[in-house]
Design a protein around this ligand. Structure first.
Ligand code: NAD
Length: 693
């Protein structure tokens, strides 16, 4: 059977109607023949005397979401094929109309910019999101957009990366009319006189030094790695001084450099990994969508989870043991909804409707009709086991029982029920109504159907579900523990909290480890460490965080942790803690030394990567990209570095292996014990990326 042609051509009176048909998003694929197909169509229209107008539109949901990045992953010169297409459209002797609908993004919008008339359907979205992948519009966008709509709005669109609705695009002059279907075509034919806009392309855009200066200042204030945003500004500035040809050459050079940059590679990996992560084949299918939900425990997490569910339009029964805790949980949910009203994201009516989706209850019997129950009570195995035994009796036999435990054994919880196949972990991150990540924990008995239904629910509430095997800490917290272990030893050996945090934050982490733990609450780690001291006595910890807890310093919630928080949020160095750390080093007989930032970064990262490799070896994570997605979305790992496992490939596994071998001979060297998974990859000359499939 012949492959369906990705571009169809149809004569309608004076119009040559060219339709891009490359599902799912009409990517302007080079390898797939879309680009060549449109060029052929334009040439045909030009050569046919009976054609007065060439109209280009998209089939399906979108006009086009842009280029297919795989076409030029390692070959920037391939983008020239797209540039040829846009030049052919712009230079066409017959007027070309772009008939837009749905998403018109990136290369899709560049195509439209090269056309002579643009008509968009109401509700379409037009945008240049390239900066989110560490790139810039490389098909003439940085030159044509400021010429068409002016420097300031062009910078707003290309630096912000957010699409504008068609209604706004009309105000900006980005489109010429707001019409759809036949009306749009008729309008384009009637406006044949609009030809001539192409001449405007040859002149530079009007200068706007104030806008350029303002954006440069704003970017300088932001802490981003190798940002493409600077390059966007340079290109737009070039558009105000250079003619079109020279401007396009300037843009081409910048685009090629960005495409091969580490930052863009990291961002592209992050983007594609996030799309791949939920598509892990789990065998089973969700038998039916979850219709009714209950959350047990209305504390920090339970109320956050309930808020996330109602934000997606799902109704939820919120069950608590005590009235006061229930009332507090309900008001936390209301406060989260009111914040959305204050930010203009919700109307008062929508807020009221959302609040009405929560049904409060104090008896477990309220879970009797739920298809899925999410437990978020105290982190105590016996409390959870007894609750699950009760739920097993009360809930419908087909219902799924999920636990939000951070560290407890999901199998031990499942075994308290007669339905271990219908028990899974749904590990939300705090604040659960904001954080997009959920670890979906597969217990030893969890069925494929249960896993599929859990993943489907996570997706339905707009979050990213990553499947994790059952172990202490699952994927995210287990790796984080090794990262923290190194950070605390660095404190014992000579660093101070502000240095450790600053080194890792400069490297790109959203927040250093000491500030992170102050935010999360030192008491949580304290109770976990007490438990681990018994279960894992061979893995010693620095006592520094325990000393902090002994002082009643639990972090932001008590106004003091590693730092002081005079205003409740902003960390201020406390000399008393620095002195406590120095004294502790003396007491354990460690001679403090100057520690370079490079050592801090290397030890903390290698610890993450080493534990990540062990997690892969044990099958707790299916692929390195699953670990990357967790770190990018749950732990503030810099997207420009693609995640810990992607970053490991970049610095080289042989280099990491020899670093670990060196550190094995140093203090607490047991933490760097042999890592057969990395050793095997090095021996095979392989990378983590090769395991992503
Ligand atoms: P929390 O103490 O704020 O809330 C627990 C709530 O459960 C309390 O309101 C308590 O009254 C209620 N509760 C206890 N037993 C109950 C029962 N039998 N029936 C109904 N309600 C009951 O705790 P939290 O921080 O929300 O944590 C809850 C769970 O989520 C824990 O397992 C924790 O490990 C996990 N978790 C916490 C975080 C976090 O950052 N706080 C992150 C991820 C997961």
């Amino acid at each position: 059977m012949l492959a369906p042609t990705p571009v169809t051509i149809e004569k309608r009176g004076l119009v040559l109607l060219v339709t891009i048909a490359n599902p799912p998003v009409n990517a302007l694929s080079i390898g797939g023949g879309v680009v060549a197909g449109i060029i052929d169509a334009v040439n045909m229209g030009e050569g046919d005397p009976s054609v007065a107008v060439i109209a280009i539109r998209g089939s399906g949901r979108d006009f086009s979401c842009g280029a297919d990045i795989r076409d030029f992953e390692n070959a920037p010169e391939e983008v020239d094929r797209l540039r040829e297409l846009f030049s052919a459209i712009s230079a066409s002797r017959k007027p070309v109309a772009a008939i837009l609908h749905g998403n018109v993004l990136g290369g899709g919008l560049e195509l439209a910019l090269a056309a002579h008339v643009r008509v968009a359907a109401p509700g379409s979205l037009l945008g240049m999101p390239e900066v989110n992948l560490g790139l810039l519009p490389g098909g003439g966008g940085t030159q044509r957009l400021p010429r068409l709509i002016g420097v300031e709005p062009a910078l707003d669109m290309m630096i912000g990366g957010m699409p504008v609705p068609a209604e706004r695009a009309l105000e900006l002059g980005l489109i010429d009319a707001l019409l759809e279907n036949e009306e749009a075509l008729e309008w384009a034919v009637a406006r044949l006189d609009m030809r001539g806009k192409g001449d405007g392309e040859s002149r530079p855009a009007a200068a706007d030094e104030a806008a350029i200066k303002a954006w440069r200042a704003q970017i300088a204030r932001r802490r981003t790695l190798g940002s493409a945003r600077e390059d966007v500004i340079d290109c737009v500035e070039a558009a105000t001084t250079l003619d079109m040809e020279a401007g396009l050459a300037f843009e081409r050079e910048r685009f090629s450099r960005l495409l091969l940059s580490d930052a863009s590679r990291g961002l592209r990996h992050a983007f594609f990994a996030e799309r791949k992560v939920g598509r892990l084949p789990v065998g089973g299918q969700a038998l039916r969508p979850v219709a009714s939900l209950a959350v047990v425990g209305a504390g920090t997490m339970g109320s956050g989870i309930a808020a996330a569910l109602v934000a997606a339009g799902l109704s939820v029964t919120l069950v608590e043991a005590q009235d006061a805790a229930l009332a507090a949980g309900i008001s936390r949910i209301a406060a989260a909804i009111d914040r959305d009203v204050a930010k203009g994201r919700l109307t008062l009516d929508q807020a009221a409707a959302r609040k009405a989706l929560v049904t409060p209850a104090t008896g477990l019997d309220a879970c009797g009709t739920a298809d899925l129950v999410i437990e978020a009570v105290f982190e105590d195995l016996e409390v959870k086991r007894s609750l699950f035994a009760d739920l097993d009796r009360i809930a419908a036999p087909s219902a799924i029982l999920a636990t939000n435990t951070s560290t407890l054994d999901v199998d031990a919880i499942a075994q308290a029920t007669g339905r271990p196949d219908r028990v899974a972990g749904l590990h939300f991150f705090s604040p659960a109504n904001v954080m997009r990540l959920v670890e979906v924990v597969r217990g030893g008995a969890t069925s494929d159907e249960t896993l599929a239904a859990s993943l489907a629910l996570v997706r339905r509430i707009g979050k990213i579900g990553v499947i994790a095997g059952n172990c202490d800490g699952f994927i995210g917290n287990r790796i984080f523990e090794e990262y923290l272990r190194q950070a605390y030893w660095l404190l014992e050996e000579g660093a101070l909290p502000a240095q450790v945090d600053a080194a890792l934050e400069r490297w790109g982490m959203a927040m250093g480890p000491c500030r992170t733990m102050d935010l999360a609450g030192q008491d949580i780690g304290w109770s976990i460490r007490k438990r681990r001291a018994i279960t894992q006595p061979d893995r010693p910890y620095s006592k520094i965080p325990d000393l902090l807890c002994d002082m009643g310093r639990f972090g932001q919630k008590t106004g003091a942790g590693y730092y002081l928080y005079p205003d409740g949020r902003t960390a201020q160095v406390d000399p008393a803690i620095d002195a406590m750390i120095v004294k502790h080093s003396g007491e354990i007989g460690v001679a403090r030394r100057a520690i370079a930032d490079e050592e801090i970064i290397e030890r903390c990262l290698f610890a993450m990567i080493g534990e990540g490799a062990k997690i892969l070896a044990e099958g707790i994570a299916a692929r390195p990209l699953d670990i990357d997605v967790i770190y990018l979305n749950g732990y503030g790992f810099p997207a420009e570095r693609g995640g810990p496992m992607f970053h490991a490939d970049r610095i080289g596994l042989a280099h990491i292996m020899s670093g670990m071998a060196r550190m094995k001979g140093e203090r607490e060297g047991w933490a760097w014990a042999d890592n057969p998974f990395i050793q095997t990859l090095v021996a095979r000359g392989d990378t983590f990326s090769a395991l992503n499939g």
